[in-house]
Design a binder for this molecule. Structure first.
Ligand SMILES: *Cc1c(COP(=O)(O)O)cnc(C)c1O
Length: 861
């Protein structure tokens, strides 16, 4: 080519246009014959089915581990050549078809579901590590519950948020500092698919923010036969700020949390509406985060059924259940009323309320300046429950401000103790033993305690071998996991070697892993380091502790604690004896709970609402050693674990910590270590194996999600659904009647006059056991029906300055009426000696109310 010789004087600046990116989805190139793998990879059912997991592992063990057991990524990364090999591998093909058939049969058997239709709402779901939409216990519980709902054929649909980054991945620096890394999820690599409407359009919902709408797209995750719908705001339709709404779980500021909760509650109901699920019988609000579901449903009923706000509220309450999960204040979200008003000021007009009337839904008293989501949830729910027997009682104290005049123990707040999903958390090796001794159909008969009792028939040798084997697997796993991460952070190779040498697959191994919230008291074990050193360094009877857990990025105290444990673990006397493994996730939890001998839990009583990790342990023959708090109050049996007493001995926390630490050391020195190392002639610790058997026979069966969902059905879903149906019938006839009755009562209540109150002399002085003392009350009811008002005497005992406790509550009989006057009488006789207090009160009576606090009027006379 000929070139001009003069130089180029000027080159024009180019105008390059921006590429017009088009979406391109490249599906992995899986041969037709292997197509079932694709469907298997997209239903999280594989995560709790042992055969399905084994099948994926067989495709390529190395990639399977590298991609942290994410089958979608696995199928993308496996070479075409490997697929071709598999296609002609008859064994593999027949296994694949068997697993595929299992899934198809499983789904077919669940075409017909049992019980009321439930819409379940939660801020987080822990289903598998590859779907990063959970942080800890609350999420894992919700995830386990969906799996169980599927297994138990419950008619349940779930709603949550799809986070771009989810919760953080934890790494620990050389100095022991926790570093939080957020990794973006690519939604094509996780088991979610766009949820489409009947016309094949991707479903979107809108929520109003000040001056703009927020758009959210809907995704579906398949959890066996249950659908989990997830809202995602991270796409072009929203501005940068709003896209952030679904970036982080428990991240951002309080305003962002409010935006998230609006999306979950208001948006969640809108999504169900578009999906045709808004007719559910029960709306289950898992923690207060989703409480706005009630607001949206009320607005819908007002707009579509021409109900008044009060009538709609009656209907919504009947069909809503609120589960509260923690007594710790940080677990109860509240928003300053100015912030709340900025976002919600348009709402009251929709239901013809004033702002002041509306905002009381989230307050216990008008002067409060925060809107509390737990209060909102409680006010819009007929059923309320805590997550263990003890936590049910504790929750009564927390929610008491909403029910003036009642003693906390009178409140209609129940409980369902949390459980864990057997198939997810039980080691394959244990599942095999259970299958062999409990029978083929055990999985479907988990509630049958007699089956679990057969564990006593299993030879000690078989159980001990299994336990040794699982411990060895854990030690291997831990060595691998910490070597990788320690090399990455440039830890001294000498130290790595020392730790690896010291870790002992035959030593008594204790696990402690959970969120590093201060109330969990991970520091307790370290109060006396000399004593701890003696315990772990006994050459004849070595002991090792493995710690793991994340602290919330804003929780400095929690992070300090991690640093302290990391520092201790590097002291010469503790190298390989105390180990902190980073990034506690479901897989690590599984390995730990299946492999350790003891699971240690030392919360400050009564702040552990339930706790579930110990429950995962007991089904794996891991003995539980815990403060009697949460589920362990119900679970502990002598000879099946160890317990620190329920009662606090000291008000000063530091003294209590000292006492608890002392008790822990004593138990290790005098009971636990000797029992573990007391071997018979076959080198089996007979008594220890006896403990394992007791644990499986007497504790484990009570703490499955199978038992848990049955309790929810019996105590809440079924009775509430039955009443809710009655409220709906005949164009909401009963709901309107009850509302009108309540309205009438409210209008007159304050005018009711006490005309006479007579009590026999004895009562005011000293009364004798067994004798009768007449009492009489005359009220001017100002036109209310006498049967609508009850009168009762409340007798309490008051020790010290605690809240009085209820001894007895006796209702007066309606004796007669005279115009507007009604006379109530009672013959009181007490049967137990003691010093009591008494008072008389009147209350609204109506058989159609589900419980007393459903109509909060109450007056002491
Ligand atoms: C089970 C589990 C939890 C909850 O444990 P608690 O004992 O309730 O604190 C937290 N994180 C992970 C990864 C779990 O598997």
């Amino acid at each position: 080519m000929e070139m001009k010789t003069e130089g180029v004087r000027f080159i024009k600046r180019p105008v390059v246009d921006m590429p017009n990116w088009k979406k391109l989805f490249v599906e992995s190139n899986i041969p037709e014959k292997l197509a079932p793998l694709k469907e298997l990879s997209k239903n999280l059912w594989w995560s709790w089915n042992t055969e399905a997991r084994d099948l994926f592992a067989k495709i390529d063990e190395e990639i399977w581990d590298e991609c942290a057991h994410n089958p979608i990524v696995l199928l993308e990364q496996v070479s075409y050549q490997r697929f071709q090999e598999l296609e002609s591998d008859e064994v593999f093909m027949s296994e694949m078809h068997a697993v595929d058939k299992q899934l198809q049969d499983y789904l077919t058997a669940r075409k017909n579901t049992l019980g009321p239709k439930i819409a379940y709402f939660s801020m987080e779901y822990g289903l598998h590590d590859s779907l990063k939409i959970f942080s800890g216990g609350l999420g894992i519980l919700a995830g386990d519950y969906l799996k169980e709902a599927s297994d138990s054929k419950a008619n349940l649909v779930a709603v949550g948020l799809l986070y771009r980054y989810g919760y953080f991945k934890q790494t620990i620096s050389l100095q022991g500092d926790q570093m939080a890394n957020y990794e973006a999820q690519q939604f094509s690599k996780i088991p979610v698919q766009p949820a489409m409407d009947a016309d094949g359009n991707w479903i979107q919902v809108e929520v109003e923010y000040p001056g703009r709408p927020l758009y959210a797209r809907l995704w579906e995750a398949k959890v066996g036969a249950v659908s989990l719908y997830l809202l995602d705001a991270d796409f072009e339709a929203n501005n940068e700020n709003d896209r952030f709404v679904t970036h982080h779980l428990y991240g951002g500021d309080n305003e962002n949390r409010l935006k998230q909760e609006m999306l979950l509650g208001l948006g969640g109901i809108r999504a169900l509406k578009k999906l045709g699920h808004v007719n559910a019988d029960i709306f289950h609000c898992n923690e207060g985060h989703a409480a706005m579901i009630g607001l949206e449903r009320i607005a819908n009923l007002v707009a579509e059924e021409q109900l008044t706000y009060a009538e709609a509220k009656e209907v919504v309450r009947a069909s809503t259940l609120f589960t509260t999960h923690t007594p710790v204040p940080a677990g109860h979200d509240s928003f300053h009323q100015d912030l709340f008003k900025m976002y919600m000021n348009k709402y009251p007009a929709k239901v013809s309320l004033s702002w002041d009337e509306f905002v009381m839904l989230g307050k216990a008293a008008p002067y409060e300046d925060h809107f509390n989501m737990s209060f909102l949830a409680a006010n819009l729910s007929q059923g309320i429950n805590g997550v263990s027997m003890l936590h049910g009682d504790v929750s009564k104290h927390i929610l008491k401000p909403l029910y003036e005049g009642y003693l906390s123990e009178e409140l209609n707040i129940g409980y369902v103790t949390n459980g864990v999903h057997y198939s997810t958390w039980t080691a394959k090796e244990w599942k095999e033993i259970h299958l062999k001794y409990f029978g083929k159909d055990f999985i479907n008969n988990q509630l049958d305690v007699d089956l679990w009792d057969k564990i006593y028939k299993v030879p000690d040798q078989e159980i001990w071998n299994l336990k040794q084997n699982l411990r060895a697997k854990l030690i291997d796993y831990v060595k691998q996991r910490f070597t990788d991460t320690w090399v990455k952070r440039n830890e001294n190779p000498k130290l790595i070697g020392e730790v690896k040498n010291a870790l002992n697959p035959n030593a008594l191994t204790i696990g402690f892993a959970r969120r590093f919230a201060t109330y969990k008291r991970a520091h307790l074990l370290f109060r006396n380091l000399d004593r701890l050193s003696k315990i772990v360094n006994d050459p004849e009877r070595p002991v090792q502790f493995i710690f793991a857990g994340k602290a919330h990025p804003a929780d400095k105290a929690g992070q300090d604690l991690i640093r302290y444990i990391v520092e201790i673990s590097k002291r010469p006397e503790f190298v390989g004896k105390i180990l902190f493994v980073q990034n506690y996730d479901m897989n690590l939890a599984k390995q730990l709970l299946q492999g350790v001998d003891i699971w240690l839990n030392t919360p400050t009583r009564p702040l552990e609402a339930s706790g579930t990790s110990g429950e995962k342990g007991v089904m794996n023959g891991t003995l539980h050693f815990s403060v009697l708090d949460g589920w362990w109050v119900e679970g502990y049996r002598e000879g099946a674990g160890w317990a620190l007493p329920l009662e606090r001995s000291y008000d000063v926390q530091d003294f209590q910590d000292e006492l608890d630490a002392e008790t822990i050391y004593n138990l290790f020195e005098n009971e636990i270590v000797p029992t573990f190392y007391d071997r018979n002639e076959h080198d089996i610790p007979e008594e220890w194996v006896g403990f394992i058997k007791n644990t499986q026979a007497q504790v484990a069966p009570e703490f499955t999600t199978c038992r848990m969902i049955r309790d929810y059905q019996d105590r809440f879903y079924k009775p509430q659904a039955e009443r809710s149906q009655r409220l709906h019938a005949d164009n909401f006839k009963l709901a309107k009647e009850i509302t009108s009755w309540k309205g009438n009562l409210a209008a007159i209540w304050d005018d009711i006059e006490l005309k006479e109150l007579e009590i026999a002399d004895g009562i005011t002085n000293a009364i004798r056991i067994g004798e009768e003392y007449p009492a009489k009350v005359v009220l001017d009811l100002k036109g209310l029906a006498p049967a609508d008002v009850g009168v009762e005497i409340v007798i309490t005992e008051n020790e010290g300055n605690d809240e009085p406790t209820l001894v007895e509550c006796k209702e007066f009989d309606l004796e007669g009426t005279d115009g507007k006057l009604a006379t109530y009488k009672l013959n009181l006789h007490l049967m137990h000696p003691g010093a009591y207090s008494y008072a008389i009160r009147m209350f609204p009576k109506n058989e159609q109310l589900p419980h007393r606090q459903d109509c909060k009027y109450l007056r002491w006379l």
